[in-house]
Design a protein around this ligand. Structure first.
Ligand SMILES: [Zn+2]
Length: 396
């Protein structure tokens, strides 16, 4: 009963005095705002340091709410956000103004999006969802796996489960993508959020934070490190730089491309008895290039100009060219400069293994089912999965 009364009084108050949305002007300080409204700035003296400090953190162009007396226009209540979860409440209490920091009230909704690409991810999602935040989030999550301008084509699909906050009927603050897939020519790349570390992983438990797979093959041992300043060459004897890493592995071990890309070269560069022997050079996004040398042979379908996917077998370990034993010589270049493939590996974070991986893959399965469900039949839709309402009325 008490709740109903509170609700009624709020509703009546809203009826009596209109609430309007304003935008905080760029160079405005809180002091000015008080002056604009004829409020004595002396009320600032009564504030504790923390509250006073908060008044300086209002971001320019923040939308905020004002309730004014419908006859006199006098400010009755203002709610000005500072960050996503707190707001300044400036209100009239029996003729004198008070300032408090209070929690922001919003509803949290979980929604599912299904979309079939017609123009671009940005344009299409803007049309379906009504704002650009979701496409911005997805673009950031998939940065290492999808080239949105080149890879994504008409009739490819996107599905996402995400959480957003709603304040006064509008999206408020950041959107959190919980799980998603992007389907390019029938191949789905999943991204599932892992709350424990705040990162996204695919359905194999590989992090999406990295462009490259950890290794291009299953190897027995690293037989030679990256030594750009030179090492004594095991066959030639002379001091030569070693611009890649050698992975020892049995003949015929499959070698995979560590990232999506285009094969720039496949074959022997000079002669098959010299240098790197059979080599595959793959070009990736953003000026990255990887080289796989001394191969025994190439996988079918891999030729100059063909597109390869991350994890796709491109060749097999051998000993062609000048090599002391069965191994893969693996090189990574960025804009033409070689770099240590193993330090790239060290830069990797959030690798899952053992129980952690097992538990996460179970969560992935669940998310996949939810994403896949209806994705093929429902084109361009947003459906509400759940809603937790904290209050739809910001002024109460
Ligand atoms: Zn080597």
């Amino acid at each position: 009963m008490k709740r109903i009364l509170v609700f009624l009084s709020c509703a009546l108050a809203l009826f009596a005095h209109p609430v309007t949305e304003k935008v905080w002007e760029e160079s405005r300080v809180f002091y000015d705002y008080l002056a604009e409204n004829g409020i004595d700035p002396l009320i600032l003296h009564d504030l504790d340091d923390e509250t006073f400090g908060s008044l300086k953190t209002i971001l320019a162009k923040t939308p905020f709410y004002e309730q004014r007396d419908k006859d006199s226009g006098r400010l009755l209540h203002a709610l000005i956000p500072i960050g996503e979860d707190r707001q300044i409440s400036l209100y009239d209490k029996k003729g004198s103004y008070r300032i408090e920091i209070v929690p922001t009230r919003y509803a949290v909704v979980t929604e599912k999006l299904n979309a079939k690409i017609q123009n671009s991810l940005q344009q299409d999602l803007l049309q379906i969802v009504g704002n650009s935040r979701l496409s911005m989030e997805l673009t950031a999550i998939y940065e290492t796996r999808v080239d949105f301008r080149r890879d994504l084509q008409k009739n490819d699909r996107v599905a996402a489960i995400y959480e957003r906050k709603i304040r006064m009927g509008r999206t408020w603050g950041a959107i959190t993508v919980k799980a998603a897939f992007i389907e390019m020519r029938k191949r789905r790349i999943y991204a599932v959020y892992r709350a424990e570390d705040g990162s996204y992983y695919d359905d194999r438990g590989e992090t999406l934070a990295n462009l490259f797979l950890k290794y291009p093959l299953q190897f027995t041992k690293i037989t030679s490190d990256y030594q750009p300043n030179g090492r004594v060459h095991p066959i030639l004897g002379a001091l030569r730089p070693h611009l890649g890493v050698d992975f020892g592995a049995p003949k015929g071990t499959p070698v995979v491309s560590v990232a999506d890309g285009t094969v720039r070269f496949r074959g022997c560069q000079k002669s098959c008895d010299q240098g790197y022997g059979n080599i595959v050079i793959v070009e990736h996004r953003n000026g990255w290039e990887t080289r796989y040398a001394h191969l025994n042979g190439f996988a079918s379908g891999v030729s100059s100009g063909s597109r390869v996917r991350q994890g796709q077998t491109i060749g097999y370990v051998g000993q062609t060219g000048i090599a002391t034993g069965m191994h893969l010589h693996f090189e990574v270049r960025k804009s033409g400069e070689t770099t240590n493939p193993l330090s790239l590996r060290n830069a990797r974070q959030n690798e899952l293994s053992g129980e952690e991986l097992k538990k996460f893959l179970a969560d992935v399965k669940e998310a996949q089912n939810l994403l896949d469900y209806m994705a093929d039949v429902s084109e361009n839709s947003v459906s509400r999965l759940s809603s937790v309402s904290r209050s739809s009325n910001p002024i109460n």
